[in-house]
Write a protein that binds this ligand. Structure first.
Ligand code: PHB
Length: 391
């Protein structure tokens, strides 16, 4: 081939290459589509709002861009309904062609999302749902969590309650993955430290008809009650527990979801409750103070754990994107940077485990007025055991 012909051939080849380039490659300088799949209705609606607020606050602090790329949102209300989860997540992946999925609150919905993320290779960042299986047997390089595993928040409480000298406990929760896993983890921590779970009570999600179960607790007379409820369900449970006269008789414990974002509606009934969680009021670190001031300024309310998890989901994505200059087609480098990230979270800095789940301090908190006041660190740098994760 002559030099001139070679030159023309090169030009033609380059033209063809760009004409057939993948949408991902072309999108590098365009917007990043974030599929936000969270509850906007139902018992977890307020949790979804806090996650979205937190995520958007971090993006806003970066000027509306992560690694130079503008962020566009496509939203789905998942209603915390596992039966609609596969259709909902596939709309985001197949119809809307999102670059990353962020969601959700409910463990059952999140398990369907994790399966779809695995099948399609789409990046998934979970800003709440603790399903142990997602960072256990289902773990994958493209699935990350900015929140907690159900095991983490409840295991710590098992140790705390046993160390308080309680010998017997009844557990009560919704019958689904999160409730079952938190009860199992509490039992593990409690029984290892000398306690005994004498009864496990449950009702279907998202029911709140607690009376018959409260009567059973009263007649069983354990030393302690461990419970997982969240959102509107947690408000009603704490109020009903006190209303049944149980608050003074049998101390109530739970992961901090029981009293986070709910104190306004629980009022007097929540005062004094001890909970364990990876966030607390009164941490009084410069990082948390700055976050709280910014959140309060933007949304006119105090942030809760869900807001922090949303904020950190955006931070985690930002760290990954920065490492690949906003080019999401460089998946290996993107995931490697996310896995190695040290997130400067309002909760305290954390890293990710081999299963991409936060390794974090679990605080013991006590309700004082409208705050979940930090008491101490119940377990330092607690990592989920990631049982069954082959990665
Ligand atoms: C869950 O389903 O994993 C879940 C929901 C709400 C919470 C915590 C965990 O507050």
């Amino acid at each position: 081939m002559t030099t001139k012909r070679k030159f023309i051939a090169t030009i033609v080849a380059a033209g063809l290459a760009s004409a057939f380039a993948t949408p991902a490659a072309l999108a590098q300088s365009g917007k990043i589509k974030v599929g936000l799949m969270i509850p906007a209705t139902g018992t977890f609606a307020a949790l979804g709002t806090a996650i979205e607020n937190g995520f958007k606050l971090h993006v806003a602090e970066q000027g509306g861009r992560l690694a130079g790329r503008e962020i566009e949102y496509v939203k789905v209300d998942d209603e915390s309904d596992p039966s609609k989860a596969t259709d909902n997540v596939n709309k985001l992946i197949k119809r809307d062609n999102v670059d990353v999925i962020v969601g959700t609150v409910h463990s059952g919905v999140a398990m369907a999302m994790a399966k779809a993320a695995k099948d399609s290779g789409t990046l998934l960042i979970i800003p709440n749902a603790g399903a142990d299986t997602i960072t256990g047997p289902m773990c994958a390089p493209n699935i990350f969590r900015s929140s907690f595993s159900n095991w983490q928040s409840a295991y710590a409480m098992g140790e705390v309650v046993a160390k308080q000298g309680k010998k017997t406990a009844v557990t009560i929760t919704w019958k689904y993955a999160a409730g079952d896993e938190m009860v199992a983890a509490f039992k593990e921590g409690f029984e290892k430290t000398g306690g005994k779970v004498v009864k496990t009570l449950s009702l279907p999600f998202p029911n709140v008809e607690f009376q018959a179960l409260l009567t059973e607790i009263a007649s069983t007379k354990p030393d302690a009650v461990f419970t997982f409820f969240a959102g509107a369900g947690a408000v009603k449970f704490v109020n009903d527990y006190a209303g049944a006269g149980l608050k003074k008789a049998i101390p109530l414990y739970g992961p901090g979801f029981l009293t986070d974002g709910t104190l306004e509606a629980q009022g007097e009934n929540a005062q004094g409750l001890l909970t364990t969680l990876h966030y607390a009021d009164g941490l009084n670190t410069p990082r948390d103070n700055a976050f709280r001031a910014a959140y309060n300024k933007a949304y006119k309310i105090q942030p809760d754990v869900y807001a922090v998890q949303g904020y950190d989901a955006a931070q985690l994505l930002g760290i990954g994107l920065k490492a690949v200059n906003g080019d999401m087609s460089k998946k290996d480098a993107l995931y490697a940077a996310m896995k190695a990230a040290r997130i400067d979270s309002p909760r305290g800095a954390f890293t990710l485990s081999r299963a991409n789940n936060p390794v974090q301090d679990i605080y013991l908190r006590q309700v004082v007025g409208k705050e979940n006041k930090v008491q101490n660190v119940a377990v330092k740098a607690l990592a989920d055991p990631a049982r069954g994760c082959k990665m």
